[in-house]
Ligand binder design. Sequence first.
Ligand SMILES: N[C@H](CCC[C@H](N)C(=O)O)C(=O)O
Length: 306
Amino acid sequence: MELDFVKLHGLGNDFVFMDDFSRDINLTKEQVALLCDRHFGIGADGVILVRPSERSECAAYMHYINSDGTLAQMCGNGVRCFAKYLVDRGYVQASDGQFVADTLAGPKPISFEVDDRDKMTRATVDMGHPILEPSDVPVNVPANATSADGAAFAKDVAITSPWGTFAFTCASMGNPHAICFIDDFAQLSDELFTNANDKSLATLDLNKIGAYYESHEAFPEKTNVEFAHVRSGAIDMRVFERGCGETLACGTGACATNVAAALTGRSGRENDIVLRGGTLHILWDENDHVMMTGPAVESFQGTVEV
Ligand SMILES: N[C@H](CCC[C@H](N)C(=O)O)C(=O)O
């Protein structure tokens, strides 16, 4: 079967988009993995099928699949690319400046900017409420803290690994995230770095430590794993994504990291999250909504045999 596709990315977190308004595309895990293979396929972190929404208030439904073929509830960079796909093709009027995207994590209101050719450049997505109750993240560790409004959450929970014990604060944006804040990388074991002479977030070996925690038994549905360093005015973050491995950026991960930093008193509620692929601006507002702002870029189009 020959399928048209469009390749888009949000800060280098990249996706193969396919128009599935006719609801007749059903890809196997093997087909998704091949489409995402960076040597034998198109190459991407995931596949996004654009489907009709059953919600009258939503323009379309984003069906997100990780590169390993597993479904995920939400994709922050993906939903900004989803917005660009719809606006640039006229499914959403550029002059409207806003619409609602439907996702497995529910409706997500989006406001967007366009250039002088009515092509979308940036979007702000209302990612909704962070989910903090440990059993809802889900994470099998006790709620050891309560947030300002009394909600239970998993704060700095120590989970051991072969390379030492790391403390995670856990939150969901519809999908699970475990965030470890590291202040001093020099304290960590040499074997955790791709270059022990330069111990930093940049040289942390995520294929070792990220992969270990992604599938740790503490996380019944696995988890996205973020390592972050808070500095004045910004938070540096790298991510080992569930079902993908390390990606250059993670929108839901940036949202969860912002919430975790604020909850644990490491930062305020609004931060620039600096990722390998670029910067996302995140605000956890006074109504408990997490607002994510960032770009989306279309790389190329094509057809592919599956
Ligand atoms: N791998 C994630 C989904 C993609 C999230 C990420 N690409 C984003 O931008 O939020 C998961 O299985 O929960």
